[in-house]
Every structure is written in C-alpha cells, then in structure tokens.
Write a protein that binds this ligand. Structure first.
Ligand code: ATP
Length: 961
C-alpha cells in the first residue's frame, strides 16, 4: 500500500516519445480533466510540452517510437489483465515503452544465455554480456522480466520500481564478486573464457582486490551485500525478517488450509445456506499470493457506487428478499419430504447421523410434518438446522504490509492464534426435549391445532418452530404467550410470527445451558474470510448457530444500547478487537470516547488511535467537532478531485492519479477510514447536548462517503439521549437487553429488546433490514485483548494528533465555584498557611456560616487541597505552604497546573509530606464543640444565613447520617 505521489517522475515520463503526448491526450477523459483546475492545468502543461518536443523529432523516429509503444500497449494490456486486473490504468500513467524494453532485453539475453541460440549477432552480444557478468548473466533475464512486469502493472509506483531496480543492480554486482571467488579466481591472464566461467570482468574487478587480503573477505562482503539486495528487492526491513518468514509460511499454509476447507464443503456458517462461495475464497487467496494484492475484495478496492440491496451483514449467501435460500446452479434442492424422511430416520436410529448432517448443508431446515411419519412411529422432534461446529482454529493467513502513512513501516496484523477457539456447540440437549414436550402439552391443553416441527439451537436461545394446521389462526398461538412462559418456566419467551422466510411460528426460549461465542471463532468463520475489508467485525452468532459478521462501513453508523450489564462494552471490545485483528493503522484510524474511564483503557497507545482515549465529556464534544472538520476536509478533496467516495479517491491516490496543484507542497495520501466510538453517549449529552447533537447529526448525515463512521453506545436509550434527530441519522441498531419496552422502542422502533436475557443477547438491526436478527454477541477475554494490543503496539507506536481534543488554552474557572472564587482563595490561603483543615476555623476567620464553610471545605477537597473528612477531626492538608502560589493560580484559571486531574495528581504526591494539626490542638477541641453545636442548629433549621441546600460532608457526619 505504498503511497504514490508521482508528480515529478510522471511529468518527466511524459516527455518520452509519443506515448506521453498522445497518451495524455487520449487517456484523460474530458470529465476528469474538467473536474479540477489542477487536472486541466496539468493537461495543458503536458500539451505544451508535447507541442514543443514532437515537431523536433524526425518522422522516422516518431514512427519507430509509435510502433514500439503500440506493441508495448498491446503486451502491457495483456499483462495488466493477468490475475488481479489493473487494466484501468490511465494511458497517461503507463510506461509501456520502458517495460517492453526490459521484456525484450530479457528475452533477447535468454535466447542465448538460456536457450543457446547461435549466430554472429547473438554471439557478439553473448560475448559482451557473459564476458562482463560471468555466469550471473543467467539471472539477468529473470531480473529484467520482474522489472518489466512491475513497469507494466505498477508504473506509477516509481519509488517501488526504483527500489527493485537498485536491489537488482546490487545483487548483480555482489553476485559477480561471489561468482569470481567460486569460479576459482581466474586472472586476466586466463583470458576471457576463464573470466566468463566465473564472475566475468565485473566479478574480477570487484573481488580480486579484496581477495588479495584473504579469499574469505570478498565472500563475506559480497555474501552480505547479496543478502541486503534480497531485502531491498523484497522491501523487507531487517527487523521484520522473522515476521516476514513467518508471514510467508502462514500465507502459504493458510491458502492450503482454506483450499482444504473448501474441498470439505465446510459449513460452519449459516448451515441452511449453500456454501458455493467457499470455492471463491481460495481463488481470491491465490490471486493475492501471486500478485501481492492486499485487498482483493472489490468492496474495499474501490467504491463503485451503492450496491442494489446492499446490506451490512457479510454473508454472500443471504437469502433473497422473498426469503427462499439461494441454490447454486446445477444443485438440486432436496424435497421437504426427502429431508424429513432422512432426519426422522436419523432421529430414530435408522440412518446415519452423518448423512443427515451432510444433507443439511443442502437442505432447507425443515422437519417432516407429523403426517410423514409412519403411524407406529412416535413424533420425534429433531433440530431443524444442525448446529455448526466452530471453525477449526486454522490460522488466517497473516498479512504483512508496507505502511505509508506511518513512514514506510512494515506492519504485520496479529495472528489469529491470539484469539482462542470456543467450545463445541451442542445440537440438542435434554432441556430442549423437555421444552418441546411442554409446548406440545400447552397446545393440546388449549386445543390449538399446531405442531412443534423442529428447533434450532443457538448459543443463548433455542427457537422452536410451530406449524399450524390449515384453518388455525396464528393469534391462537400468540395469545398463549403467557401460558407458554408458564409452561417452560421462563419469563423471557419471545414469539416470532412468522419466522422470516418460513411459514412457521418461532418461539424463542432461553437455553438453561448457555454457550459462549468466541470472537476468534467468528473471525475465523467462512463469512469473515469472505472479505478482506478492514471495517468488518465479528458480531456473534444468530439463533440458528450461524456466524454473524458485519461491515461497519456499510452500516454506516451504529447505535448500541442496553441496560447496565447487558453486554454493550463487551460488544464494543469485540468490535475494536476485530478491527485491530484485521486492519492496519493505514486503513482504519479510531477516536475513542470513554467517559466511564475504565472500559477502553486497554487500547491506550494502539497506533490506530489518532488521539489519546478521551475521557472528559467536554473534550469529547470538541473531538466530535474535529471529526466534522475532518469530514469537511475530506469532502473538499472529494469535490476538488471529482470523486464520490473516499474508496475511489484512495484508489486513485494509490495509483498515483491524484496529484496536488503544481505550486502546492502537499503530499496526498490515502485517507484511512475513521471510526469514532463513543462508549457512553448520555455523558456527552449531559455536558453539551446541543453541540453534541449538532455534530453527530452532521457527521451521520454526510460522513459515509468520507469514510467516517460513528458507533454510539448508551445505557440510557431515552429520548433525551437518543434524540429523534440522532435516531433518524443512525440507521443501524444493536439493542441489548433494555429495562423497559419504551427503551426498546427508542432503540429499535419496536418492542423485543426488553425480552432479551442480557449478557450479550442482542437484537441486531442493520441498515435496511426490516426485522431485527437475534444474536449472541461475540466474547473476547481481557487476556485476548491484551495479547492483540501488545502485538499491535509492538509494531508501531501511536502518533497522536494534537488538534483533535486540544488542552484548553486557559483553564476556565470551574462552574461549581461560581461566585465564591474570592472566598475560596482566602480559604485556601488560610488552610495551607496554617496547615489546619478545619471547617470551624474557616467559619471564624472568614466570617461565614457553617454551610458555606462546609461547602468551601468540599471545594478544597475536590481540588486536592485537603483530604477527606475524618469525622470530628480536622482534615489533612495536602498542600505545602511552598506550593500555595501554583494552587491559587490554578483556581483562578491561570496557567499551571493545566488540568484539575494533573493538579490533583501533583498534589497527592505531596500528601505524605504534610503535617496535620501543628500547634492548633487547643483550637481544635473548641472548634469541634462549636461545630457540633452549629451543625445541630443547622440541621434544626436555626442557621438560615446560608444556602440551606448545601450541606457539607462534615454536617452529614456530625448529624449522624
Ligand atoms: N457476549 C457475551 N458473552 C458472554 N458473556 C457476556 C457477553 N457480553 C456480556 N457478557 C457478560 O455480561 C457482563 C456485563 O457485560 P458488559 O460489561 O459488556 O455490560 P455493559 O452493558 O457494558 O454494562 P455497563 O453499561 O454497566 O458497562 C460481562 O462481564 C460478561 O460477564
């Protein structure tokens, strides 16, 4: 993912014969040229250049150059289409002439060096090449082919091309030196034949001076140089060698394992769907292996406009809108009777369970109606969809990437071993049989003609399917909801009528034996492997046991809500860990807002962050305003360069097609996705409701095309937090258990979330879906998070921007001091100089009432001047008289110390050094007595001189509360 900023080299390449002039003219579409002044200016400049250069060339030269470039374009077009197609290179960007030259030279040298062609001309050239390079000339065609291939396919990557070229030059030089030693160190006296059999003339010149010291010296020097040249050609920094070797191994192994999985027709994901995409995945991986393409997924490579029926869930095989599962061509779907007979046979021990499991991957999850049973057979209810086993813990091929935003760092994504596999899910337990019996019983008791035909067991709940006899109303079953709850002894029964895509009623009942869904399993599932998009996250498992994986970029903004302990933070952790597992900091950057201060601390310092985790709600509001500014800047670029989506823009930048204006020093780089995570929206809405709402609405309305996505989590889904405006603009919702049906309506616009059973049980409503999908959220343990974060931080340190949530220039005087600043300063001075933290002393010396003195003491405590109340004793004074000045300055809102937290921390360091009472022991006894009396008076309402609502901590403790 090297950034290509190629204005200068490309400019010069255009002065090459014909191709440049004609190419730039023909290749640049009028629309694109017209989009920006820059483009036009550039085009004009080129035109002028061509006008000056071309007439000076004799026609014969131009004709030859034209033919040469014509052949070059034809060959280049072919080579660009191999594997991953890059044939959309603009003609102006191509270097086909130079590439063809490399190719032709390689072929020419190969004709005699490899294939032994004879003739006077080949002999002459062979003599020159072989005499110069010795047997290293055998490698020359290979090097030239590699250069030609790169020039055809990546002409704009001039930095990379130069690197490879220089690497090959060093390799050739070192190779000839080594060849000279290994070839027996011939001298000039041995003639050219002798030199040819070793390292040629170049090898002789390179090695003989060093060999004069000792023959081992050139071997060591040129051996090291050859090694370095391999590192240069492969762009491998020294420190990354072990990782590269490991990455290459995993890459290769991963491909093979994916192949193997595909051959097995592995079906861990939605088992009721056909796994035809399994064959697609290895193809993509193979492409990736050969062409070093990092993102073979079209959705990431370039945004090609909105897709029809776009959905956030990554699952190629989602059933079409009418609910019928898709069937690959040429595959016959078994009839329901066939499936049913198979399953019933299996359930009765008449068929091999394996046969059923195998069939199930091709079958609609159904169980035979009772009529299909033989009269003698008891109705046996079996799971409709076999539970998918967790994906084998095969490593996801590790991706190693050259980062450009971070200054050409080689970055390896964390290995999938960091996430441990989950337990094997159960397909059916005794609890399920008991529930089937209870449901059947209830139906019979109330004379409802309906049958339990099957069930699908998910990690948290099992969905039992009920089919009605003809003429039976659906309402007859839904009206039984309370009776069903009673019969199965669970209050969290949820009825779906119908199950989307089926003519059956679904009754979801919590499993008494819940299973944890491991994030590792979700990320290793076929659905997650289907795409390399960096914004894909592991959501969890649905009720049928299928892995749910979603693309945050397509949501495009997500609201996560639920009561305390319902699983929001765990979900946010899974989301962030998914991103860290799959995306480099070049691809995704994050802003984390965590007013609760504890939830996201584990991620502090990851290079994906652009600012330290923001814990202060006021700063969070500022950060949102920064996001708006960032969005505007991105939009400006999109508008200036004529792109509709940031993916298109990035693609063009990577291809070197976006150049800054001629007089600009700006280096244009691809924009990473920006994921803004707010872990408690309510805290932000409390400090600056209007600003926060404005920013959120602006971001959510526009940011999608700019690659900016918001995730807002809250445990208070009430209308004052999730306002109508916010809701209208955050289309995807993840509702964990809510405390009331009203909250459920706020989050989902429908009831249901109040029936969830907490701890990761959620209703997921991605943008565009009409029905919420019940999922058990993926779970990632703290140690897993720690491992992933350590790996990520070990690769690259976070580089924070300082304009996202800047420190305030001047600390504002805190609101809670209000008009009391003057008297608070006096109180501070008094307490610090006397080193005596007594409320009654403040009363006497400052002539204030008890309540006011108590309040001042509270303010002093909150600013770290005194310690907490210790009943009737005076408080510890934590500030030394020497430190009085900066403390007073801070209270006045002057420079040092910068923040109350830093101030408190600085003060607490001094805490131990403080002496409590000093020479005021006598005073203390007297003031305490006075204190108690006044407190009693106050409590009885006798002291009316001060603010009555404001009772200090001393007052409460003295009045015995
Ligand atoms: N996906 C899950 N799988 C298994 N257990 C979970 C899952 N999600 C949450 N839990 C359990 O629920 C507990 C509470 O979850 P979590 O802290 O995520 O809730 P929360 O909604 O963020 O609560 P709060 O708002 O108080 O922070 C976790 O400690 C864990 O035991």
């Amino acid at each position: 993912m090297a950034t290509r900023t190629t204005s200068a080299p490309r400019g010069s390449s255009n002065s090459k014969p014909a191709g440049a002039g004609s190419g730039s003219g023909s290749g640049r579409t009028p629309a694109k040229t017209g989009r920006s002044g820059t483009g036009t200016a550039r085009g004009t400049a080129r035109g002028k250049q061509a006008a000056v250069v071309e007439p000076q060339q004799p026609w014969i030269l131009r004709a030859i150059a034209g033919v040469w470039l014509g052949i070059g374009h034809v060959v280049g077009a072919g080579i660009r289409r191999i594997g991953y197609d890059v044939s959309d290179l603009e003609p102006a960007d191509r270097r086909d002439g130079a590439a063809l030259f490399n190719l032709a030279l390689g072929v020419f040298i190969a004709t005699f060096a490899w294939w032994g062609f004879k003739g006077w001309f080949p002999d002459v050239v062979y003599g020159i090449v072989n005499g110069t390079f010795g047997w290293v000339s055998l490698l020359l065609p290979l090097m030239l082919f590699v250069c030609a291939f790169r020039l055809f396919r990546q002409p704009a990557d001039s930095r990379g091309n130069n690197r490879v070229g220089i690497g090959f030059l060093i390799m050739t030089f070192a190779g000839t030196g080594l060849a000279h030693i290994l070839g027996g160190q011939p001298t000039v006296a041995d003639g050219f034949d002798g030199l040819r059999r070793a390292g040629g003339m170049l090898g002789f010149l390179a090695a003989s001076p060093l060999a004069a010291i000792h023959p081992a010296v050139p071997v060591m020097v040129y051996g090291a140089l050859a090694f370095v040249s391999v590192l240069i050609v492969t762009a491998t920094p020294f420190g990354a060698i072990p990782r590269r070797i490991r990455g290459a191994y995993e890459h290769l192994m991963g491909v093979d394992l994916v192949d193997a999985e595909a051959q097995r027709g592995d079906s861990h994901d939605r088992s009721y769907l056909y796994e035809n995409a399994a064959t697609e995945a290895p193809k993509k991986k193979r492409r990736k292996r050969f062409f070093g393409k990092d993102h073979d997924d079209a959705t990431f490579e370039g945004y090609v406009g909105d897709e029809a029926f776009e959905h956030a869930i990554v699952d190629d095989d989602l059933p079409p809108a009418n609910g019928a599962p898709s069937v690959p061509p040429g595959v016959r779907r078994p009839t329901q009777a066939e499936i049913a007979v198979e399953k019933i046979k299996a359930a009765q021990g008449l068929g091999s369970p394996k046969a059923v499991a195998d069939n199930a991957t091709e079958a609609i999850p159904m169980v035979a109606p009772t009529a299909a049973l033989s009269p003698a057979a008891a109705p046996v209810i079996v799971p409709s969809a076999p539970v998918s086993p967790p994906p084998p813990p095969t490593p996801i091929p590790q991706r190693t990437e050259q980062l450009s935003l971070a200054g050409d760092v080689t970055y390896t994504l964390p290995s999938s071993d960091n996430l441990t596999p989950g337990s094997i899910p159960k397909e059916r337990t005794e609890a399920n049989d008991a529930v089937v019996a209870a449901l059947t019983d209830t139906m019979q008791q109330f004379n409802v003609d309906a049958t339990v035909t099957g069930f699908s067991r998910g990690p948290t709940v099992t969905r039992y399917e009920i089919e009605l006899a003809p003429g039976t109303k659906v309402e007859r079953v839904t009206a039984l909801s309370k009776n069903i709850s009673y019969a199965v002894a669970s209050s969290d029964v949820r009825i779906l009528s119908p199950i989307p895509g089926k003519s059956a009623i679904g009754i979801e009942i919590p499993n008494t034996d819940r299973e944890t869904v491991s994030l590792g399993d979700v990320l290793r599932s076929q659905n997650a492997r289907r795409t390399d998009h960096p914004m894909v996250m592991g959501v969890g498992k649905d009720v049928e046991g299928g892995y749910v994986v979603a693309n945050l970029a397509k949501m495009p903004h997500l609201l996560v809500a639920g009561a305390t302990g319902a699983g929001k933070s765990s979900f946010v952790n899974s989301m962030i860990t998914s991103i860290l597992m799959r995306a480099t900091p070049d691809e995704v950057r994050m802003v984390m807002v965590d007013p609760k201060r504890v939830e996201l601390t584990a991620y502090e310092g990851v290079p994906h962050l652009i600012t330290p985790i923001i814990t202060n709600p006021k700063k969070a509001a500022e950060a949102l305003q920064w996001v708006v500014r960032e969005m505007d800047a991105r939009y400006d670029d999109l508008a200036n360069y004529g792109f509709k989506h940031i993916d298109d823009f990035n693609k063009a930048v990577r291809a070197g097609k976006v150049v800054p204006p001629v007089d600009s020093k700006r280096i244009i780089k691809p924009y990473p996705y920006l994921l803004v995570i707010v872990d408690e929206l309510a805290d932000l809405m409390m400090v600056a409701p209007r600003d926060v709402e404005d920013s959120i609405v602006r971001i959510t309305q526009l940011a999608r095309a700019a690659g900016i996505h918001l995730v807002l989590a809250t445990q208070r889904p009430s209308v004052d937090v999730v306002t109508g405006l916010i809701k209208a603009n955050v289309p995807s919702r993840m509702a964990f258990a809510t405390s009331s049906v009203t909250d459920s309506r706020v989050v989902l616009d429908q009831p249901g979330a109040e029936k969830l059973i907490g701890q990761g049980d959620a209703l997921f409503l991605p943008m565009g879906a009409s029905k919420a999908m019940r999922v058990q959220g993926a779970w990632v343990t703290e140690s897993e998070i720690h491992r992933v974060v350590e790996h990520v931080k070990g690769q690259l340190k976070a580089v924070y921007r300082d304009d996202v949530a800047p420190e305030a220039q001047k600390k504002q005087i805190d609101d809670d001091i209000g008009d009391d600043l003057e008297v608070l300063l006096q109180a501070t001075e008094l307490v610090v100089t006397t080193q005596f933290g007594s409320t009654s002393m403040l009363q006497r010396k400052l002539r204030v009432g008890f309540a006011k003195a108590g309040r001042l003491m509270d303010l002093l405590e909150s600013r770290g001047v005194v310690g907490p109340s210790e009943g009737s004793k005076a408080r510890d004074v934590l500030v030394k008289p020497d430190d009085l000045a900066p403390v007073l300055a801070a209270m006045k809102g002057q420079d040092a110390p910068a923040s109350p937290d830093a101030h408190t921390a600085a003060l607490s360091e001094n805490a131990n050094a403080n002496i409590a009472v000093g020479g005021y022991a006598e005073d203390l006894v007297a003031t305490d007595l006075e204190n108690r009396k006044q407190a009693r008076d106050y409590h009885d309402g006798a002291d009316t001189s001060e603010d009555e609502d404001d009772t200090g901590e001393d007052a409460w403790s003295l009045t015995g509360r």
